[in-house]
Structures are given as structure tokens and as C-alpha cells.
Design a protein around this ligand. Structure first.
Ligand code: NAD
Length: 483
């Protein structure tokens, strides 16, 4: 079977450069010998062409009929949902998310487009009476212009969707760069968008490395705003460059999300919440719980049951229906997980189970979920984002100590608590510095129609998703008129 070579989408067409030296092979982490598709990397010139096309298309798109935008977004959402099985399998093959979870991600992507199809038609604007006689004031929002969208690999279709959909909805044109590990879902999404009736240049997609294509996007004077999701270190670089160019930024970065388990928790519920939040999607979620803070009265029972459930998880091929935990995304991330397991042991934590590579003929990046106890708050496995299924359990005395431990981090994305105490749950909801707080639910797993984002080193700029996305994708205009 011949493997297709695909390319970037610029100014209304997929552009083949014919440069055989710049080929990216998309490999399956469940079977790294398998090349799913090949992609031609964009260079500086094509990046500039995409940005110029988006700039040219921006004025007309900003004035476009909202019904046109609504119909286009609806078309995209419908097609994603209609092709959910096929897209979920593609996602599982390129990223390693198991099919069940991949289906959830594809649905989320489709529904995000359909949500913003409705949002395009929402009446908005405010009228005020002036403090000056016979003067009327109108306040309304206008598109930002050209949006640079830079996405990570761990949600290959949902994150692009929840950025592209509001960008287009609010009248912006887009230059989108997916992560190099997941070009297939990005290409499939671009192909659907290419048939949605958008004028040429409104949407562009560039396949290529962050250090060249991504860097050109963030430096370009023709990009008005950047919506980025990825690591904290890349986010910091982007923030600095964007500040030089006076660009608006929205950065969603890492996390070290805590889950508190109190003595009064339902044990089975606590274990289920911990297991799902920490290990599902191979722990490769920015909202995954990687620190569990457990009070002394339930600690030993909780750890014993969590270890039992963790050992029973099946790690394997993302396409197999019996798999609970798919492979780690690539060899670099696998190496990172193994290194942190070594660091955890060296620093004196106890590895209760997992933390090993499962050797296999295909060379798949299978890694058993790791559970550490006897963790101290200064240990690296407790403080640093690992981005894998490596969990550090900290024992504390009571809720007050648990709360202080949960807050002891530079990050602030998601935080959870499992308790039957209304008082502690309410205190936690009100006082946690995280942007998203979960009570008796996993730290990972959020809705698509409400704000998403964090605080501290996890996020910068206004919230993504829901109606709040308007804040980033538009600017506010205030007009005064003498009657
Ligand atoms: P990454 O920072 O390595 O890459 C993210 C994107 O930035 C990629 O498209 C990459 O090509 C691009 N990039 C890299 N260097 C660049 C540069 N100098 N200029 C412009 N673009 C550049 O992150 P990753 O490894 O793809 O993703 C994992 C990280 O993403 C984790 O830290 C995770 O916590 C975070 N994440 C956060 C959220 C959130 O909403 N907070 C969601 C998902 C993932």
C-alpha cells in the first residue's frame, strides 16, 4: 500500500512544494514501524504566504454575514460528528489515545464547531446614555484580525477545534500550526474546513516545526493575536516575543494538578476519581492529577485499593478494545517518564507499582502507570510536570494541611477534592487558586461550553471556550455620537 504524502493548506489550496528533503513521517506509537502518512514540511516562504493570505482575507471576513459563518461552522461540526469513528481511529493511531477516549475527543471537536455556529448569531453590544447631553454611546466587539494558532500533540483535534471555531466565529482569519507529532488529525480537519465555503485565505494550516514555522508566526507583524497551548517553556518564549510585537496572547500551559482525598471520602469513588484523573489518556493531559494529597485516616486503604486497580489496568495498542492505557506518544516522552521514575526512587519515594517499559516486538512505547508513596513536598516528582502516568501520593494530617499542600505550586490549572464534607468542598471551591475546581470528580474532564483555563504558570490571557472566548478573539470598540 502506498503511503500518501500530504501538505499544508494555504490561501484556499493544499500546496505541494515537491521538496523531498523536508518530509515528516507520522508514526503510530502503538507500532512505531508503521508510517501512517507522510507530510511535506512548510518552510519560511510558505509560512509568509499563509500569513499574507490571512491578512488579505481579514477585512472582508471581518464584515462577513454571520449566517455565512454560522453555516460554515455548522457544516464542519456536522462532518466531524458524522465521521467520528474514522477520525477517532486516526487519532488513536497517531497519538495513542484509546479509541473510546478518542471518540470523546472527536465529539468534543464537532460540538465545539456547532457551539460557535450558534455563537456567531448571538446578538451582542451595549448601549449607554452619555453623561453629556444628547450623546449616545455604543459599545461593541470587533474581530482581532489574523490569529496565529499553535497547538500541542495531546489533543490533536479538540484543541485545534476549540481555538479555530471561535476565531472564525468572531470574524478572524486563521494561521494554524499543529504539533509535528499529530499532523494527520490536523490535515483531516483542514480538509473538512476547506469544503465549508470559506473564502480563500480565511483559514490556513501549516505543517512544520515550532522553531521555524511557529517562530515565524509569532514574530510576524501581520499576526494580531496568538492562541497557544503547549509547554510552559515554549509559552514563556512566545509571551516574550509577543510582548515585543505588542500582540495579544492566550497561553495554556502545564499543570501539576492536585487531588485531595479526605478521610470522609467514599473509598471506591476516591479511587475511581484518582485512577481516571491520573492515568487515563496515559496521563498525557494538562489537567491530569499528578499529585494526590491524602489524609492519614484513609491513606493506607486508599493506596492499597488504588494500587490494586492500577495493576489491573491493561496497557496496550490504542486500537484494541481491551486496552485501558494506550502507549506514550513517542520515545522522548517515554524516556522522560522513565527518568522521573528513577528520580523518584533516588529521592527516596517508594514505587508501589508500575513505572516500567513493557518490552514488545513492535517497539511500542508501552509504559505501566506508576504509583509513588512516601513522597515529600520537595521531591521533583511532586513538583514538576512529567506529562505521563506517574502519580505521587503525599500523606497529610487533615484538610487544612491538604489545602496548603495543594496550593504549594507555581501552576494553577485544575484541582480536585473527594469528600462528603460540604464545608470542606465549599472552602476548596472558593479558595483554591486553580482556574478549574472539581468536587468528587476527576481533575481532568471538562465541558466544551464553559470557560477553560488556569492561573499562575498554567495560563496567561483570557479564558478559552464557551461565550468567554469572545474576550480573546475580539477587541472592544466604544463609540460616541451626538444626536
Ligand atoms: P510544546 O510546547 O513542545 O509544543 C506546543 C506547540 O508549540 C507545538 O505546535 C510546537 O511545534 C510549537 N512550538 C515549539 N517551539 C516553538 C517556538 N519556539 N515558537 C513557536 N511555536 C513553537 O508542547 P507539547 O509537547 O506539544 O505539549 C505538551 C504540553 O502542553 C504540556 O506541558 C501540557 O501541559 C501542555 N498542555 C496544556 C494544555 C492547557 O490547556 N493548559 C492543554 C494541553 C497540553
Amino acid at each position: 500500500m502506498t503511503i500518501p504524502t500530504k501538505s499544508s493548506y494555504v490561501d484556499g489550496a493544499f500546496v505541494e512544494l515537491g521538496n523531498s528533503l523536508q518530509i515528516l513521517e507520522n508514526r503510530n506509537p502503538s507500532n512505531p514501524g508503521e508510517v501512517i502518512e507522510r507530510f511535506e514540511r512548510a518552510g519560511h516562504e510558505l509560512t509568509e504566504q499563509a500569513i499574507a493570505a490571512a491578512r488579505r482575507a481579514a477585512p472582508d471576513w471581518a464584515r462577513s454575514n454571520p449566517q455565512l459563518r454560522a453555516d460554515a461552522l455548522d457544516f464542519i461540526g456536522n462532518e466531524i460528528l458524522a465521521r467520528r469513528e474514522e477520525l477517532a481511529k486516526l487519532l488513536a493511531r497517531e497519538e495513542g489515545k484509546i479509541v473510546r477516549e478518542a471518540l470523546g475527543e472527536v465529539d468534543r471537536a464537532g460540538r465545539s464547531f456547532k457551539f460557535y455556529a450558534q455563537e456567531a448569531l448571538r446578538a451582542e453590544g451595549e448601549k449607554y446614555q452619555s453623561v453629556r447631553q444628547d450623546v449616545g454611546i455604543d459599545v461593541f466587539t470587533q474581530p482581532m484580525g489574523v490569529i496565529g494558532i499553535i497547538a500541542p500533540w495531546n489533543f490533536p483535534i479538540a484543541i485545534p477545534a476549540w481555538k479555530i471555531a471561535p476565531a472564525l466565529c468572531f470574524g478572524n482569519t486563521v494561521v494554524f500550526k499543529p504539533a509535528e507529532l499529530v499532523p494527520s488529525c490536523a490535515w483531516a480537519l483542514a480538509e473538512i474546513i476547506s469544503r465549508a465555503g470559506l473564502p480563500a485565505g480565511v483559514f490556513n494550516m501549516l505543517i512544520g516545526p515550532g522553531r521555524s514555522v511557529g517562530d515565524s508566526i509569532i514574530r510576524s507583524p501581520d499576526i494580531d493575536a496568538i492562541s497557544f497551548t503547549g509547554s510552559e517553556s515554549t509559552g514563556r518564549q512566545i509571551a516574550q516575543t509577543a510582548a515585543q510585537g505588542m500582540k495579544k496572547v492566550q497561553l495554556e500551559m502545564g499543570g501539576k494538578n492536585p487531588l485531595i482525598v479526605l478521610d470522609d471520602a467514599d473509598l471506591e469513588q476516591a479511587v475511581e476519581v484518582a485512577l481516571s484523573g491520573s492515568f487515563y489518556s496515559t496521563g498525557q493531559r494538562c489537567t491530569a492529577s499528578s499529585r494526590i494529597i491524602v489524609t492519614a485516616g484513609i491513606h493506607d486503604r486508599f493506596v492499597a485499593r488504588l494500587a490494586e486497580r492500577t495493576r489491573a489496568l491493561t496497557v496496550g495498542d490504542a486500537l484494541d478494545v481491551g486496552t485501558d492505557i494506550g502507549p506514550v506518544v513517542d520515545d522522548r516522552q517515554l524516556e522522560q517518564n522513565l527518568t522521573y521514575v528513577m528520580i523518584g526512587k533516588e529521592q527516596g519515594a517508594t514505587l508501589v507499582c508500575g513505572g516500567e517499559r513493557i518490552e514488545n516486538e513492535a517497539g511500542a512505547y508501552f509504559f505501566t502507570p506508576a504509583l509513588f508513596t512516601d513522597v515529600k513536598p520537595d521531591m521533583r516528582i511532586y513538583r514538576e510536570e512529567i506529562f505521563g502516568p506517574v502519580l505521587a501520593v503525599l500523606k497529610v494530617r487533615d484538610y487544612a494541611e491538604a489545602f496548603a499542600a495543594a496550593e504549594d505550586t507555581a501552576f494553577g490549572l485544575s484541582a480536585g477534592i473527594v469528600t462528603r464534607s460540604l464545608k470542606d468542598a465549599e472552602h476548596f471551591k472558593r479558595n483554591s487558586s486553580a482556574g478549574m475546581v472539581m468536587v468528587n470528580l476527576p481533575t481532568a474532564g471538562v465541558d466544551y461550553h464553559v470557560p477553560f483555563g488556569g492561573n499562575g504558570a498554567s495560563s496567561l490571557g483570557s479564558r478559552e471556550q464557551g461565550t468567554h472566548a469572545r474576550q480573546f478573539f475580539t477587541r472592544v470598540k466604544t463609540t460616541y455620537q451626538l444626536a
